[in-house]
Ligand binder design. Structure first.
Ligand code: SF4
Length: 217
């Protein structure tokens, strides 16, 4: 038989665990409702608190979506839009000439003749895909344009050139990781999600891409 004080201690710990679990559940439901609201309206309420909640409680919130039979990709989608929203004001203050653009290699044509170099894959604007025109336009604005050959590339370029702002194209997961990476270097970044993700011949909303890279204060 346990001494009375241990009995009491276990009881208090058990009570605290139940209360904490209840608190996490209620908070997750609250953040999940905020995510749904943002997804439907495009507005963000208490954006920074929402981002913190989404980051800390992501797996619980996704489970709630799953239980409710909703698509949990909404959580990633809103997470990216939320980060873009928070970064936007600083991003548009940065002159276009100091913006770096990172395009994933999967957007290229499968017959792309571009060669790999230490500065990424060098597009020769052969006309087989939209990347060539995007590069030409971005460089006409003064931006630096990179086609990313692998996951460590962006970090290496950030360390080498210290860009003032970044636009990254990718799937939700890549954008989330990229935006977190930029946040750790205090670089305001904007993510443009692929509209069709995958390993090859992916696509994106080019209008949205051009709008983001050319946005100015
Ligand atoms: S336009 Fe550039 S990226 Fe696209 S296929 Fe040609 S060389 Fe490759």
């Amino acid at each position: 038989m346990l001494p009375e004080f241990l009995d009491r201690l276990f009881y208090l710990v058990g009570e605290a665990v139940v209360l904490l679990a209840l608190f996490v559940l209620l908070l997750s439901i609250f953040v999940a409702l905020l995510i749904l609201y943002s997804f439907k309206t495009g507005n963000f309420f208490a954006a920074r608190i929402m981002l913190l909640g989404t980051t800390l409680l992501e797996s619980v919130i996704k489970s709630l979506f799953w239980i409710a039979g909703a698509d949990d990709a909404v959580v990633d989608d809103v997470g990216v839009r939320l980060r873009n929203y928070i970064n936007r004001r600083e991003f548009i203050k940065t002159p276009r000439e100091q913006r770096f653009i990172f395009m994933p290699q999967c957007v290229r044509s499968t017959e792309c003749p571009a060669k790999l170099t230490p500065e990424g894959i060098k597009c020769v604007n052969c006309g087989r895909c939209n990347v060539g025109e995007a590069k030409r336009y971005a460089e006409s604005l003064g931006c630096r344009f990179f086609i990313v050959p692998g996951s460590s590339f962006i970090k290496r370029i950030i360390k080498k050139y210290r860009p003032r702002a970044i636009v990254g194209v990718g799937c939700s997961m890549e954008i989330k990781e990229g935006l977190d990476l930029c946040h750790s270097y205090a670089i305001p970044a904007q993510g443009v999600p692929l509209s069709k993700a995958g390993c090859v011949a992916t696509t994106l909303d080019w209008e949205q891409f051009y709008e983001v890279i050319s946005e100015n204060k």
